[in-house]
Design a binder for this molecule. Structure first.
Ligand code: NAD
Ligand code: UDP
Length: 333
C-alpha cells in the first residue's frame, strides 16, 4: 500500500518512513524542505536499501498534492508537515496558522478530490495546555498556550468535524509527548538547522563539543529535583505507532496519546547522557522558560487498547541512539 508522507524528510517523518518500509508499506514523501535536508533520502537508503519516492512541494499547493496522490495511487496520508517552534509561533502567528492550519485544509481538500480519505495526523501533548492532572489522558480538556498549540487543537477539530460529516473519512490524531532518539543504526536522527530548541539535541551538541554550555530552564519547579519533568519517547516507538494506526482500520475520528507513561527530569536526562557518553556536559541553572509546564507525562492506555501499541525503549536506549548518531554526524547531514 502506498502512503503519502507529508513532512517525510523531517525528523519524525523520516524515521516513520523506515518503519513503513519495514512493515511493507511504500512511502511517498511530500516535503517543501523548509526544515529538512535532501540528504535524508540517502540515509534512508543506507539503512533500508530503498529510496522512497520524493516530491518537493508545499502542502498549500492543493493541485500538486492531488496530482501526487493520484499519480502514485496513495491510499492513505500520514501528515507530519508543519512548523513546530513554539517560541517562533508567538512571534509569527500568521505564518504558523497558514502553514499548519491552512496547509492542512489544503491537504484535506486535495485528498477529498483524489478520493483518499484516511489520514494519520501528528498532534501533540501541547493540546492539553497546562495540565489539570497527570498522567494526562484523552479526557483532559483541550486548550493551548501558544499559536503552535492552537494550530494542533484547530486541526484536530477540523478532522473530527470532517469524520462526523462524512463517514467515508477516517482520521487518527496521535498526540506525541516528547519525541527523542535516533535510528539504532546511527545513520538517521534529528538534524536541527541552527540552535536546537529542545533539550535532547541541545545536550547532544554540548556532549559532542559543538556547544559549550547547557542552560537548564528552572530548578524551582514543584518536582523531585526542581527541574521540569517530561515523557520522553523514542522516535522509533513513535514511528511504530503510525504503522499501527494505519493497520488498525478504524472508523471515524480517533485521537490518542503516544507516550511512555514515565516522566524524567532535565537533571535525570543530563545524568543519563553523562553516563552513556562519558562526557562532562557543563550546565548552568537559569530562569524558567516562559510557557513551560512543570510536569507532563502520558496515560497511554488508550493507544494500547485501540491500536495495540506501547513504547518499548527506555531513556538509556534513547540517549544511546542519540549519542551514536551525534558521534557519526557531529555537524548533521
Ligand atoms: P520537522 O521540522 O523535522 O519535520 C517537519 C517537516 O515538514 C520538515 O521536513 C519540513 O520541511 C516539512 N514542512 C513544513 N511545512 C511544510 C509545508 N507547508 N509543506 C511541505 N512540507 C512542509 O519536525 P518533526 O519534529 O519531525 O515534527 C513532525 C510533526 O510532529 C509536526 O507536525 C510537529 O508539529 C509534530 N510534533 C513534533 C514534536 C517534536 O517534539 N518533534 C512533538 C509533538 C508533535
Ligand atoms: N530545557 C532546558 N534547556 C534547554 C531546553 C529545554 O532546561 O535548552 C527543559 C525545558 O524547560 C523542559 C524540558 O527541558 O523542562 C524539555 O524541553 P523541550 O523543549 O525538549 O520539550 P517541551 O518543553 O516542548 O516539552
Amino acid at each position: 500500500m502506498k502512503v503519502l508522507v507529508t513532512g517525510g524528510m523531517g525528523y519524525i517523518g523520516s524515521h516513520t518512513c523506515l518503519a513503513l518500509l519495514d512493515a511493507g508499506f511504500q512511502p511517498v514523501i511530500f516535503d517543501n524542505l523548509s526544515n529538512a535536508s535532501k540528504a535524508v533520502l540517502t540515509q534512508i537508503n543506507k539503512i533500508s536499501g530503498v529510496t522512497p519516492a520524493f516530491v518537493e512541494g508545499d502542502i498549500r499547493n492543493t493541485a500538486l498534492v492531488r496530482q501526487t496522490l493520484e499519480h502514485y495511487g496513495c491510499e492513505a496520508v500520514i501528515h507530519f508537515a508543519a512548523l513546530k517552534a513554539v517560541g517562533e509561533s508567538t512571534v509569527e502567528p500568521l505564518n504558523y496558522y497558514d502553514n499548519n492550519v491552512s496547509g492542512t485544509l489544503s491537504l484535506l481538500q486535495a485528498m477529498d478530490s483524489a478520493g483518499v480519505r484516511r489520514i494519520v495526523f501528528s498532534s501533540s501533548a501541547t493540546v492539553y495546555g497546562e495540565p489539570d492532572y497527570i498522567p494526562i489522558d484523552e479526557h483532559h480538556p483541550l486548550r493551548a498556550t501558544n499559536p503552535y498549540g492552537w494550530s494542533k487543537v484547530m486541526v484536530e477539530q477540523v478532522l473530527a468535524d470532517l469524520c462526523q460529516a462524512d463517514s467515508r473519512w477516517q482520521a487518527t490524531a496521535l498526540r506525541y509527548f516528547n519525541p527523542v532518539g535516533a535510528h539504532e543504526s546511527g545513520e538517521l536522527g534529528e538534524n536541527p538547522l541552527g540552535t536546537p530548541n529542545n533539550l535532547m539535541p541541545y545536550v547532544a551538541q554540548v556532549a559532542v563539543g559543538k556547544r559549550s554550555l547547557l542552560s537548564v530552564f528552572g530548578n524551582d519547579y514543584p518536582t523531585a529535583d526542581g527541574t521540569g519533568v517530561r515523557d520522553y519517547i523514542h522516535v522509533m516507538d513513535l514511528a511504530s505507532g503510525h504503522v499501527m494506526a494505519l493497520k488498525a482500520r478504524l472508523e471515524g475520528y480517533f485521537a490518542c496519546n503516544l507516550g511512555t507513561g514515565q516522566g524524567y527530569s532535565v537533571t535525570q536526562l543530563i545524568e543519563t547522557f553523562r553516563q552513556v557518553s562519558g562526557k562532562a556536559i557543563p550546565c548552568e541553572f537559569v530562569e524558567r522558560r516562559p510557557g513551560d509546564v512543570p510536569c507532563s507525562y502520558a496515560n497511554s492506555e488508550l493507544a494500547q487498547q485501540v491500536l495495540g501499541w506501547q513504547a518499548h525503549k527506555d531513556l538509556t536506549a534513547m540517549v544511546t541512539d542519540v549519542w551514536h548518531w551525534q558521534l557519526n554526524y557531529p555537524m548533521g547531514i
